[in-house]
Design a protein around this ligand. Sequence first.
Ligand code: B12
Ligand code: SF4
Length: 485
Amino acid sequence: MDILLTHGYFLFEDEHERQVMKPYPPLGLLYVSSHLKAAGFDVDVFDSTFCDWDAFGQYLEIARPPLVGIYTNLMTKQNVLRMVSMCKAVDARVILGGPEPPHYAEHYLAHGADIVVIGEGELTLAELIPHMQQHGLSGLEGVAGIAFRNEDGQIVRTRTREQIADLSAQPWPDRAAIDLERYLETWQKYHGVRSISLITARGCPYTCTWCSHSVFGETHRRRTPQDVADEVAFLAETYRPDQLWYADDVFTIQPRWTKQYAEELAQRGLRLPFECISRADRLNEELVDVLAEMGCHRLWIGSESGSQRILDAMKRKADVADVQAKSKMLREAGIQVGMFIMLGYDGEDVSDLEATVEHLKRSNPDVFLTTVAYPIKGTKYYEAVSDRVYAGKGWQERTDRDLGVSGRYSSQFYDHATRWMVNEVNLHKVRQNGGGGIQQQGRLWLNARRGRLGMRLTQRQRENNGEEAGAGRGWATDERAVEGW
Ligand code: B12
Ligand code: SF4
């Protein structure tokens, strides 16, 4: 074996996901695997999702991989650090990739990683593996797209790696390397449908300040509609999914492409229901009809705030009224609307939160998910608040989701604000639909009032160094989340 690829996400540890049960495999890692195999490397993939730590330990003992490549995002960080130690214990060299390590390269290198790959993994690993087989860790300066510690102990970042020019010439993700059926069976068991993910593009040129661009920068490359339609045909035949999830950042970023793609699918007689994420400004009436025709049953919009002032501060390039209009348009076309809402962005005050509640009432999404803002290292938002960012714990014990921002409302305040928002909006929805008995309406009303009162009582408290930050916590509007609030 030339390299083992793995990731560090263990479903059994993820309490939230164990309730949701909508797992998908790590596509980036599978892209890396298929690229390396096509280039002639002997690759193994350990998919941690349905495994436990013993299984990983046993695998390492038996397989003894000389080199291990681990996908790392901010949530899997601690697991990855533990995996690095386990790999080191069997004398493997470790390469880290994914969105999290580039901005913390020195920390990961100090905690046992040999190399951090910055950006796309395919071309860099194809050069790095033979280099390490021949020269070990010497002469790494010549390999583009990496960070490593040289013999003097200094961190060296090599020149930027060029991006893959033609994504359509790349092999599809190496789904055969994992037990994909397990994912599909889980979907079937908990949701009655088999769902499979794919991506049609890489990178987003928008500039939302809190969004991490550490892998693809602000570039955007698309696959051809034919290539994507061929993949869907292959997936349909091989795995018999009932629905698709396009895991793109902004699925309809190029409306012309979406229309061509719709035609490609139609020509092949392929119509699978799907979910995707997009932006209001990347939708129009014609496109919404095309999406409905293609089988889009839910479209998620990163709506974030109902306050134009806050949207502008986020450099979101979105218009509140436009989001409301497009939500209506989608619903009229029979497409459910999902919304992501962010509380606690820098400078947000109670009037902005009120604007968001009003916005949600007007937009009337079928579901919305809330998050309390957290600064991801490397983003513009992180830079803007860096003099106020505090971490209650040491680097290896926390993730960026645990970072607090001194001076903003306290985590208790945001707990109350979220409770108010979720219940107030749901109460409005229930009343509008004329549904919900007096008991349900009463409960929603009471919870909304409790949230509002809590906000008033905690409005003077400010988050400060030492307190556990409230960032990253969120709730959904569905029954599960509303229950008990
Ligand atoms: C799909 C997705 C999810 C899915 C994941 C399901 C799945 N397994 O696919 C869900 C919805 C569950 C999810 C959840 C979260 N996500 Co998410 N997600 C994405 C998204 C939109 C697409 C991922 C993808 O498939 N990319 C396409 C592939 C081709 O890119 P890639 O994965 O980066 O892989 C390339 C390189 O990273 C590299 N590479 C990958 N693996 C390896 C391994 C080695 C060894 C090497 C050398 C290189 C390498 O090469 C690959 C190919 O070029 C990305 C944004 C994005 N566009 O990437 C965010 C993103 C990864 N998510 C992010 C975040 C913050 C989260 C959450 C923390 C959100 C939250 N608040 O809960 C959670 C964490 C969940 C968890 N426990 O891990 C951030 C990560 C930021 C960071 N610094 O880590 C991203 C980048 C979004 C953003 N722009 O801010 N997410
Ligand atoms: S939040 Fe969405 S639209 Fe904004 S930069 Fe990130 S991926 Fe692009």
